[in-house]
Write a protein that binds this ligand. Structure first.
Ligand code: FAD
Ligand code: SF4
Length: 461
């Protein structure tokens, strides 16, 4: 990667801004995978066997009829193809780019056994959804007004999916979002090169264009709103507030410069207009094993870090990030060290200098244990990427009312909470997989359940 001038960040040796040239930033944060051309889409759709009881459909959390949408691309009906996708998954454009297809639809594709290469389902889904976005073809409309009002809290994938389906069913929806932009982690979390070209915002605009969805930005449940007031003023409430807090490292962390929360940093990275203003370490250590760890490590390398190491306490098989994601990080020059956990941060003049680790193993009882063997990795920047937790304050006054499980909101299969007029979905609920597509499905299921519930009750107002 090209070196730029590189200005040392004040008080933090080894951390600098502007490590790369403008051209290198543009290249490193442009689209990671280019879209299919028309001819490539036709060729790829020809590889589909249009299987009966297709395993790819069963592996898709939103149950998109994949053979049907692929067949429509093959026959030139791209609009119909996009309809097949978006009626099941209203955020099909972003999901086409961010879904770990290798463990979902493409992982299940029968072509893996015949040609050792699945049909490129994600790329075909992108081809069809981009087609309608590029032509601004609206495929959905509002249903006749029901007279019911629903509050959706959180404008991420779960909340937006719920709001869109409710609007098509004729309900009036207000989305309350704490930030000043909708999109949730599509806008503030997912790696920039997966969703280049402003696709997260384009998808939000497309969803809102259906009508019937009011948006209240800068409104945080627990600060500006209470669940009690929402329950009083609306016929139903959907909570899609994600996970706002980050797990702690579990060790004493002295106040040293150079220690960062990966999610906060990625949020800043996604919103900055000028990547050369971001502080970037020369030697970066990332603690964690999920997608956040992969993303912050890869993006650090792409911002010009010389040496980036992910350290994970278990083996490659146990990492939350898929093999493909791990390979992607390694292809970008990131080193992954397994079976080690941090025990101490070492500083010099108030700044991080190294991280001391202990190697780990599985003990005779099957539990993770330290071996007593220690080693250090020099670092001027450390990213904590060890998973997120629900901000309990977000549901202030309601925590005692809502049942929780494993620190998240408990819901049933219809995404109903323990309160009769409150539904929830996405990362904030127990038992999910912390994937965009799962959040979208949760929002959709909750909307269908809310609709069924409200249609059975008399209209108010
Ligand atoms: C760094 C990172 C990378 C990821 N990469 C991928 C990927 O490549 N592929 C993939 O499938 N998944 C990925 N994920 C996971 C995916 O982003 C999430 O599973 C998905 O965004 C969950 O959607 P959600 O709507 O439940 O929550 P969120 O996307 O977190 O949205 C929640 C929304 O609620 C708002 N909110 C929070 N609290 C309140 C409140 N009190 N009042 C009002 N509003 C509130 C937030 O501001 C936010 O807009 C990634 C996650 C991270 C952190
Ligand atoms: S499993 Fe593969 S070949 Fe079969 S329908 Fe799905 S995409 Fe087509």
């Amino acid at each position: 990667m090209d070196d730029g001038e590189g200005k040392a960040a004040a008080g933090a040796p080894g951390i600098a801004t502007g490590r790369l040239t403008p051209e290198a930033y543009a290249r490193n944060f442009g689209e990671a995978h280019p879209p299919l051309t028309h001819q490539q889409a036709l060729n790829e759709s020809d590889r589909c066997l249009f299987c009966y009881a297709a395993p790819c459909v069963q592996a898709c959390p939103t149950a998109i009829d994949i053979p049907s949408f692929i067949r429509k691309i093959a026959t030139g009906n791209v609009k119909g193809s996009a309809h097949d996708i978006l009626r099941q998954n209203p955020m099909g454009a972003v999901c086409a780019r961010v879904c770990p297809t290798e463990v979902l639809c493409e992982g299940a594709c029968v072509r893996n056994h015949q040609e050792h290469r699945p049909v490129a389902i994600g790329a075909l889904q992108r081809y069809a959804t981009d087609w309608v976005f590029d032509r601004n073809v609206q495929l959905f409309s509002r249903g006749p007004a029901s007279g019911k009002r629903i509050a959706v809290v959180g404008g991420g994938p779960a909340g937006l999916s719920c709001a869109h389906r409710l609007a098509t069913l004729g309900h009036a929806v207000t989305v309350f979002e704490a930030r000043d932009k909708l999109g949730g982690l599509n806008e503030y979390g997912v790696a920039a090169y997966k969703v280049a070209g402003g696709i997260a915002q384009r998808e939000v605009d497309y969803l809102l264009a259906v009508g019937g969805i009011e948006v209240a930005l800068g409104k945080r449940l627990g600060r500006d709103l209470t669940l009690a007031a929402l329950r009083r003023d609306f016929d139903a409430v959907f909570l899609g507030i994600g996970l706002g807090a980050v797990n702690d490292l579990g060790i004493d962390t002295p106040a040293l410069s150079g220690v960062y929360d990966a999610i906060d940093y990625i949020g800043t990275l996604r919103q900055t207009q000028n990547l050369s203003t971001l502080p970037v370490g020369s030697r970066v250590v990332v603690i964690g094993g999920g997608m956040t760890a992969i993303d912050i490590a890869t993006q650090s390398k792409r911002l010009g870090s010389e040496d980036v190491t992910i350290v994970y306490r278990r083996g490659a098989e146990q990492m939350g990030a898929s093999r493909k994601e791990q390979d992607w990080a390694q292809t970008n020059g990131v080193r992954i060290k397994h079976w080690a956990r941090p025990v101490r941060l070492l500083g010099r003049d108030g700044a991080l200098a190294a991280v001391e680790f202990e190697t780990t193993c599985i003990d005779a009882q099957g539990a993770l244990a330290g071996t007593g063997e220690r080693f250090s990795v020099e670092a001027d920047m450390l990213f904590k990427a060890i998973g997120q937790v629900l901000v309990q304050d977000a549901v202030a006054g309601a925590v005692s009312l809502l049942d929780t499980r494993a620190g998240r909101i408990a819901v049933n299969a219809q995404r109903r909470t323990s309160l009769p007029d409150v539904w929830a979905g996405g990362d904030c609920v127990a038992g999910g997989e912390d994937l965009t597509v799962v959040a979208v499905e949760d929002g959709k299921r909750a909307a269908l359940s809310i609709n069924q519930h409200l249609r059975a009750a008399p209209a108010t107002g």
